[in-house]
Write a protein that binds this ligand. Structure first.
Ligand code: AMP
Ligand code: MG
Length: 407
C-alpha cells in the first residue's frame, strides 16, 4: 500500500497501534480457564496417548490363534476367565485357551493379542461362543498411537478451544501457561449520550459504542471494563482519565468519539498536547484516529461513528490486543470470495464494507451503504470486505478479500 502524502496507510497505523501494547506476562491457569487464551510455550506431551494398549470395543480379549477356526457353523467356545471393565488396574494375564470379557477402554490383558467384538459372540459370561475368527491386533488401540511422549502437540501462540483443552487434560495437565489478558478500559465521549434505559430528549442518543467495544475486547480475549461515558468537556474527560491512570488497572485506554475535524472534539482537544498523535488514516470508514500514551498508559482513540469504531477496532485494536496476549496469528482469518454485486470505492482510501459471506458458495454480499452510522447492517453482517487503495470499481463476480468475523 502506498503512502498518499497526507494520510497514513492502514498498515502504518496498524503497526503504530501494535507497537503501543506490550506483550503481557505469562500466567498458569486451570485448563478450563485457559480457553480463549494463547499458549505461552509449546505443549510437549509428558506421556503417551493412549497410555496403555486397550480395547476399542466391548467384547472378548483372546489369542488370535485360539479363534482362528471359528465360523458360524464351527464356533469356538472358550471359558471366560476374567472380567476387565474400563478402569480395572489389576487385570490378570490371559491364559491360552481362555477369554477375558473386556469393555471399551479397558487395558489389554498380557497374553491377549486381539479383541472379538461382542456382536460376533453369544455374549456369554462363564463361557463364550465365538463364531468369527479375529486377526491379531484387531480392535486394539496401541499405547502412543495418538501421541508419543515428547511430541509437541500444540504450538506456542496457538489459541485454546475445547479440543485443545481436552488434549491437555487427557495428557494429565491440570494447568496451562498462557499470555495474560490485556486490561482494556473503554471510555465513550459525547454530550449527546445517555444510558440505554433512559428516555431520550430530542438530540440525545443512547450510548452504544461502550457496550460494543467492551464486549468486542472481551471477545478478543481481553479483560475489558467500561467507564461511564463523559460529556464533551475537556476537564471532565481529563479528570476521568487521571482516575483511570491512577488506578493503574489499564494496559490500554480505548476511547471513542471526539477525534474528527469539527468543534468540541474533546478527545483531540484534551490529548493532542498530552502525548497522543492524531492522524488521518487512508481508510473508509475510520479516517480520524489517534494513538499515543497518556501519563505512560497506551491510548487508542477511535472515531465516534459506531461502524467506524467497530471497523477500527477490528482493523487496528483487535490484532494488537491478541498479539500482546501471545497469539501467533492475531488477525481474523482472511479469504477470497466472489462479489455478489458491483460496488464502488474511493480511490485514495481502503474501504471496509460490511457483508454476508456464504462460505459454501464462496460469495459475499455487501450489507447496507458505506456510511458509518448504519449499525443495523453491521449487525446483519458476518464479515468485512477489504477493498484496497486504488480500486474504485468492482464488478459482480470479482474476487475480493474478506475478513471472517465469525472465526
Ligand atoms: P464524534 O466522533 O464524536 O464526532 O461522533 C460521530 C458520530 O458518532 C456522532 O453521530 C455521534 O453521536 C456518534 N457517537 C459518538 N459516540 C457514540 C457512542 N458512544 N454511541 C453511539 N454513537 C456515538
Ligand atoms: Mg462526539
Amino acid at each position: 500500500m502506498t503512502h498518499n502524502g497526507l494520510m497514513r496507510t492502514v498498515e502504518e497505523h496498524r503497526r503504530a497501534v501494535a507497537d503501543l501494547i506490550a506483550p503481557t506476562a505469562e500466567v498458569s491457569l486451570p485448563v478450563e480457564d485457559a480457553v480463549g487464551h494463547a499458549l505461552a510455550a509449546d505443549l510437549v506431551a509428558p506421556r503417551p496417548l493412549p497410555a496403555f494398549d486397550n480395547s476399542a470395543m466391548d467384547g472378548y480379549a483372546v489369542r488370535a490363534a485360539d479363534v482362528g477356526s471359528a465360523t458360524p457353523e464351527t464356533p469356538v467356545t472358550l471359558p471366560v476367565a476374567a472380567d476387565v471393565p474400563a478402569g480395572r488396574t489389576d487385570g490378570p494375564a490371559l491364559e491360552p485357551g481362555t477369554a477375558h470379557r473386556i469393555m471399551t477402554g479397558a487395558a489389554m490383558p498380557r497374553g491377549a493379542d486381539t479383541i472379538v467384538q461382542v456382536e460376533h459372540t453369544d455374549a456369554g459370561t462363564t463361557t463364550v461362543r465365538i463364531d468369527r475368527p479375529a486377526a491379531a491386533g484387531r480392535h486394539l488401540r496401541r499405547a502412543g498411537e495418538d501421541v508419543q511422549t515428547g511430541e509437541t502437540v500444540l504450538p506456542a501462540g496457538g489459541g485454546l478451544g475445547p479440543a485443545q483443552i481436552a488434549l491437555a487434560a487427557a495428557l494429565g495437565l491440570p494447568e496451562l501457561t498462557v499470555g495474560e489478558p490485556v486490561r482494556v478500559l473503554v471510555l465513550s465521549t459525547g454530550s449527546e449520550l445517555v444510558e440505554p434505559g433512559t428516555e431520550l430528549l430530542h438530540g440525545q442518543i443512547h450510548e452504544s459504542n461502550g457496550p460494543m467495544l467492551v464486549t468486542a475486547a472481551r471477545e478478543a480475549g481481553a479483560h475489558a471494563v467500561r467507564r461511564h461515558f463523559v460529556a464533551d468537556d475537556e476537564d471532565t474527560f481529563l479528570t476521568v482519565l487521571d482516575a483511570v491512570v491512577d488506578a493503574g488497572a489499564a494496559d490500554l485506554i480505548l476511547t471513542s468519539g471526539g477525534v474528527s475535524a469539527g468543534a468540541f472534539e474533546v478527545v483531540k482537544d484534551a490529548l493532542a498536547a498530552r502525548g497522543v498523535e492524531f492522524t488521518r488514516v487512508a481508510m473508509q470508514p475510520g479516517k480520524p484516529q489517534g494513538t499515543g500514551r497518556y501519563r505512560g498508559v497506551p491510548v487508542v482513540t477511535l472515531p465516534g461513528n459506531p461502524v467506524s469504531a467497530m471497523v477500527s477496532f477490528e482493523v487496528f485494536v483487535r490484532p494488537a490486543i491478541r498479539a500482546a496476549m501471545g497469539f501467533a496469528d492475531p488477525g481474523r482469518p482472511r479469504l477470497t470470495a466472489r462479489l455478489a454485486e458491483s460496488l464502488t470505492s474511493p480511490a485514495d482510501r481502503a474501504q471496509f464494507r460490511r457483508g454476508v459471506l456464504d462460505r459454501v458458495a464462496g460469495t459475499v454480499t455487501t450489507q447496507g451503504p458505506p456510511g458509518s452510522h448504519h449499525l443495523r447492517w453491521m449487525a446483519a453482517s458476518n464479515c468485512l470486505l477489504e477493498i484496497p487503495v486504488g480500486v474504485t470499481e468492482m464488478a459482480a463476480g470479482d474476487p475480493v478479500v474478506v475478513w471472517d468475523l465469525e472465526a
